[in-house]
Design a protein around this ligand. Structure first.
Ligand code: SF4
Ligand SMILES: [Zn+2]
Length: 369
């Protein structure tokens, strides 16, 4: 692969002081990174996410969690956990996989995106070399699985920050979680490489991916990535090659991705590429970070998005971050009966079989029980 395939300029990388570099060597959370290539002049290319940073010696990649030390790339967040909670899976949000189950969820530091509306910017934009004081350091795969089992969780999720940059840890812990009979879930912005999926895919059950917009302008201006190229392709791979259960989320931001045209394109893409039974979560935007001047999404816009999604053929469109009487329930697309009732994070399966079919007429609900 040529050096210029990176979408990151050198000035967007972080230079580390020699004492910072030295302090990393030998720490249990610092492991030789997966999926990197040595280039000329001591540079390395990281192929964990689609930024494919080309990193000179002594510098950290865009996400600030991968460091080139003397021509080898190191991951600095192995077992570094900034948050750990036993959550209902509905909180991810994932509605059609083990509904009502508890999913032990962990996040680390860093991100490959720079969303100016990020809700988790304290951990996502943290410098993983110098900000580790806020984290648990030795949260290895064994501890993750033990905590999941101790809390009665049926699965584990990597979430809060971006699992797409955490491959060393997610891979080891996914393997161990599967051995322990737990399901595994990525809550991701989807900016992962096919090589990343090739490694994690065999051990991943659920791929909960953001489809933020169909417009490259949106990605360039609000997220600081050049385009959404690769995100959609990775979602297709997760479903078709790795047989993951896929659910999509679109956070609708007034003035940015709330046009009927964009909503229609997004829904149409999901129908065509992931199938009409793919759950689509439309979530309400609230002012955050550098987008304090944008108002919350009007409820009418969310309702328009749901209607448009259904017109495009999606059978399961949900509204999130907003109180509605029925916007989180699942209804059978064939007979219209209520099959899964949700209120807050209380979930009751009222009309679906163990095979994920409508109990009344046997229609496929694309639910894994
Ligand atoms: S994981 Fe980090 S270092 Fe690697 S390509 Fe992505 S942003 Fe760059
Ligand atoms: Zn039915």
């Amino acid at each position: 692969m040529p050096d210029n395939d990176s979408v990151v300029a050198d000035q967007d990388l972080t230079e580390l002081r020699p004492d910072e570099l030295r302090s990393l060597i030998g720490l249990p959370n610092v492991r030789e990174a997966l999926l990197y290539q040595k280039l000329e002049s001591g540079r390395v290319r990281c192929n964990i996410c689609l930024r494919r940073c080309s990193i000179p010696s002594g510098m950290a990649g865009y996400c600030m969690t991968k460091v080139n030390i003397d021509g080898s790339l190191y991951d600095t967040i192995y077992g570094v956990v900034s948050a750990a909670h036993a959550d209902p899976i509905e909180k991810k949000p994932v509605f059609h996989y083990k509904p009502g189950s508890v999913c032990f969820s962990v996040g680390s530091l860093g991100c490959n995106f720079r969303c100016i509306f990020c809700q988790n910017w304290e951990i996502a934009f943290a410098d993983a070399v110098s900000s580790m004081g806020v984290c648990e350091y030795n949260f290895g795969p064994e501890q993750l699985v033990r905590r999941a089992l101790d809390t009665g969780s049926q699965g584990v999720a990597w979430t809060y920050n971006e699992p797409g940059i955490w491959l060393n840890y997610t891979l080891d812990s996914a393997k161990l979680a599967k051995q322990a009979g737990l399901y595994t879930c990525y809550v991701t912005n989807g900016y992962v490489t096919p090589e990343h999926l090739e490694m994690i895919g065999p051990h991943l059950d659920v791929y909960r991916v953001d489809i933020k917009s169909m417009s490259d302008d949106f990605y360039r201006k609000l997220i600081k990535v050049p385009s959404h190229t690769g995100i959609l392709e990775s979602a297709i791979l997760a479903k078709t090659r790795w047989n993951c259960h896929v659910e999509c989320v679109t956070n609708v931001i007034p003035g940015w991705n709330d046009s009927e045209e964009n909503i229609r394109q997004t829904a149409g893409w999901i129908v065509e590429n992931l199938g009409e039974l793919t759950p689509w979560h439309i979530s309400r935007f609230y002012p955050h970070a550098q987008m304090q001047d944008v108002p919350p999404t009007p409820v009418e816009t969310l309702e328009m998005a749901k209607r448009v999604g259904e017109e495009e053929g999606l059978k399961f469109v949900y509204l999130g971050n907003v109180r509605t009487k029925t916007g989180e329930n699942t209804y059978c697309p064939s007979c219209g009966r209520l099959v899964i009732e949700r209120s807050g994070y209380t979930t009751r399966v009222v009309g679906a079989t163990q095979e994920g079919k409508c109990a009344h007429d046997g229609a496929d609900l694309n639910v894994v029980m």
